[in-house]
Design a protein. Structure first.
Lengths: 434, 369
């Protein structure tokens, strides 16, 4: 009987290894130089499958861009494959299983920056889109800070469609007046204002579940380090155990004392609601909150709700961007190229962004189409220093982001800055971040 | 062997062959592949993955490295999820079954009501319970109906932990727990005056205690720091929802069992002067042992499949309600650490085997008898 089990075990392992070998051989076909794109100017036709997580609220924006595309390319049969779930939580997993099975779509949505680079470029699965950027004149149309952050030394890997800003503090102007406080511009000022608010029984800062806490952490990091050192943190020039970095955790720990206790069970909308209801004074969140307050809650930008950079980050634009890239092995390359050309075009971006509530990644768009908030964000985007967001994949790869959310959860109960800094150093090393 | 017989054997082999081959490939082959992957350093989404064989390093890292501290808390959570889900559903289910076992009107309606939650998917019930257990609404608002202050317990987001122990002592804690289990067996052996059983149980308990307090302290420390794990109060909300959903199922199992007991047993018990309580405690429940056994196995494996419930109620990043299956998903499909994710899957697989293999051996023995 025992022998029988042992034999079965060995057979199982052997079969497992055979499968693994087979899979390796099958995929050896793609060679190292295959990611060079050659533009042949052929009119696209046939099927084009685009993969994204823009369903629900963002669906109409995508539909508008698709309509614009179909007007220009009548021969292409566009298949819109969307997988719902905010920030692509489900879509990314579906995409990974498809890619592992060598069944890629023609083009897929991805957060521009290290999330794309760490997962798909490092594994040599993407086309270098530099020829398209040069051909379309995008080197000048997009800000050069942006192109640096979404590319590597070897190429540019995706076309940014929309840009969001993550260092925005939201508030209700009338409420601040009632409570006798003004919008703080530095972290120290914020802590002073927060004491004053807490004395009146107001929660100074509303916070939602983990990923929104990560957003707030990156705001504090930017305020504590300034843009240069913030960038150095991600390119490896500043160590995670440096006292300056430990200081981020100390500030973040202090910030947590001014937040609501039930944060981990609130969605970001509920956290925004707390500000609108007057339970909390501020909410620091990405600027899709503007779309929520304008469209869903019907507030007037400027009077109904106000915004400012998060304390200590004036003159800096912390961005994140949704973009489209082309995977190696895509079946209809001509159609894929025409799609990413649409994504980067002025007409495509102006069709998409006003509906989504984001701003265009190009700096030459027609601002009259946009809301008052977006116009102000577009002005900042053209003039400010641009740095990347951690929570949305610009500055760190997915391995780091995943482990970082554990670190931040543990920090929320331990409040131990040195331990968190050491843990970050460890996860940075184990995820290959310089 | 006669000619006819060998022909029949051939037919049965031919008929079974397709399913044997399919199961061999799609079940055991894939399990084998996962075990193999878990012993490599496979990482990333490359089309030409590099998989170097590294033996048990992934497992070592899961159980000792600072980085995978969260996984160990998940394992502790799993034990509590399993124990409390089992206890909760079986006790509530049995009580409901006993209530319905009496001659009451509209029994069918009650049965449907109690069984109904089971027909919902965990995602649906999880979403509903997340709202009900929200810090400022649902259950916490009930006291306000009676003019009391709103409840403040954080069902899913509490960060409190009770019954903590240092992971460094996990072997000690485990052997004491197993010893306690054998104390229960010992008591039942004493009650039934099974001399052989008493002796056997005493030896096992003594061996476990010697290991826990004399041998284990001699082992070198596996961790550099103290690391506390225990029962997270945030899991209460999830347990609540799980028990609500599956009590009806346990009720259905028990009700079928109670109905299966012949009426004459109940009557003769009554003639002998047994009241309702004595009848159920001394006669019905012992007779339902096979049902309890299958209910335990079913509930235990449900507690290992709580992924969707936790995903819907607490999301993937709540460290306090974590479960190995959720972490396996994020490690594999979010962090792209496929080998480490495989190792977690194998550990989950062993957990499931721990419940299912004894059950299968037991039922096989019974069939042979």
């Amino acid at each position: 009987m025992k022998k029988c089990f042992a034999l079965a075990g060995i057979a199982m392992m052997a079969m497992g290894m055979t499968f693994a070998q087979g899979a390796q051989e099958a995929s050896m076909a793609s060679s190292a130089d295959a990611n060079k794109l050659v533009l042949d100017g052929m009119a696209p036709s046939g099927d084009l499958e685009i993969f994204s997580w823009w369903a629900g609220d963002e669906g109409p924006a995508l539909a508008a861009m698709v309509a614009d595309y179909e007007g220009k390319n009548p021969d292409v049969n566009l298949i819109n494959a969307t997988v719902t779930g905010g920030s692509g939580v489900n879509a990314k997993a579906v995409l990974k299983t498809r890619m592992l099975n060598n069944d890629p779509p023609e083009s897929f949505q991805v957060h521009a920056g290290q999330e794309l680079i760490g997962t798909w470029v490092d594994s040599n699965r993407m086309y270098d889109l530099t020829p398209i950027f040069e051909d379309q004149g995008w080197m000048d149309a997009f800000p050069s800070d942006l192109i640096d952050l979404i590319g590597t030394d070897d190429g540019i890997w995706s076309v940014p469609v929309c840009v969001h800003k993550s260092n925005v503090a939201w508030y209700i102007p009338a409420n601040l007046k009632k409570w006798g406080v003004t919008v703080p511009t530095t972290l120290d000022e914020f802590f002073m204002v927060a004491d004053k608010l807490q004395a009146q029984g107001i929660i100074p800062l509303s916070m939602g579940q983990t990923w929104t806490a990560t957003e707030n952490w990156e705001n504090v990091a930017l305020a504590t380090l300034g843009p240069d050192d913030y960038n150095n943190l991600w390119n490896g020039k500043l160590a995670w155990t440096d006292p300056k970095v430990v200081k981020i955790w100390e500030n973040f720990g202090k910030l947590l004392m001014y937040t609501n206790k039930d944060s981990s069970s609130l969605s970001w909308q509920q956290a925004t609601d707390m500000v609108v209801n007057g339970q909390a004074a501020f909410n620091w969140h990405g600027d899709w909150a503007a779309g929520y307050m304008m469209t869903t809650l019907g507030l007037e930008p400027g009077t109904g709700f106000g915004w400012a950079n998060t304390p200590g980050t004036d003159g800096v634009f912390q961005f994140l961007s949704d973009s489209f890239g082309i995977p190696l092995g895509c079946k209809n390359l001509d159609a894929a190229i025409s799609w990413v050309e649409e994504c980067g075009s002025k007409s495509g971006q102006d069709a998409f962004n006003p509906l989504k509530g984001s701003i265009a990644a190009r700096t030459d768009t027609d601002l009259s189409l946009y809301s008052a908030y977006s116009q102000s964000a577009a002005k900042d985007f053209a003039n400010d220093v641009i740095v990347g967001s951690l929570a949305h994949g610009v500055v760190a790869n997915e391995g780091f982001m995943n482990d970082f959310s554990s670190v931040i959860e543990q920090f929320m109960s331990s409040k131990d800055a040195n331990q968190a800094a050491a843990a970050c150093a460890e996860i940075a090393a184990s995820n290959g971040m310089n | 062997m006669s000619r006819k017989n060998s022909k029949e054997t051939l037919y049965s082999v031919l008929i079974l062959l397709p399913s044997i081959i399919l199961v061999a490939i799609f079940v055991y082959g894939f399990i084998g592949n996962t075990i193999y992957s878990s012993m490599t350093d496979w990482k990333g989404m490359s089309a030409t993955p590099v998989k170097n064989f590294i033996g048990l390093d992934n497992y070592k890292s899961l159980f000792t490295s600072f980085m995978n501290k969260g996984f160990r808390q998940d394992l502790v959570n799993t034990v509590f999820y399993t124990v409390f889900l089992l206890a909760g559903t079986l006790i509530v289910g049995l009580l409901l079954a006993i209530l319905l076992d009496r001659p009451i009107k509209h029994e069918g309606i009650y049965r449907t009501i109690f069984l109904y939650p089971m027909s919902l998917s965990f995602i649906v019930s999880g979403t509903v319970w997340r709202w009900l257990l929200a810090p400022s609404g649902g259950l916490n608002a009930i006291p306000t109906w009676f003019g009391k202050n709103q409840g403040t317990f954080q069902w899913i987001s509490s960060k409190k932990q009770i019954w903590s122990f240092n992971w460094q002592n996990v072997l000690q804690v485990l052997s004491v727990l197993v010893a306690l289990l054998f104390v229960v067996f010992l008591i039942s052996a004493i009650a039934s005056q099974d001399k052989k059983g008493i002796k056997k149980n005493i030896i096992v308990i003594a061996a476990l205690l010697v290991f826990a307090f004399l041998i284990e302290p001699l082992f070198p420390a596996g961790l550099s720091d103290e690391e506390m794990h225990g029962f997270n109060l945030a899991t209460l909300g999830i347990l609540f929802a799980g028990t609500w959903q599956y009590s009806g199922y346990a009720m259905a199992l028990y009700l079928a069992g109670l109905r299966g007991l012949s009426g004459s047993i109940k009557e003769s018990a009554k003639l002998d002067g047994a009241n309702e309580f004595v009848y159920y405690w001394k006669i019905a429940i012992p007779n339902l042992k096979p049902i309890t056994m299958s209910a335990v196995v079913i509930m235990a494996h449900i507690s290992l499949k709580m992924f969707d419930l936790i995903y819907a109620m607490a999301g993937t990043d709540n460290e306090f309600t974590g479960h190995p299956s959720v972490r396996m998903y994020t490690t594999t499909f979010r962090a792209n650490k496929l080998a480490l994710g495989s190792a977690m899957a194998v550990i989950l697989f062993l957990f499931a085997a721990m419940f299912i293999i004894p059950y299968m051996v037991h039922s096989h023995k019974e069939r042979v008898q």
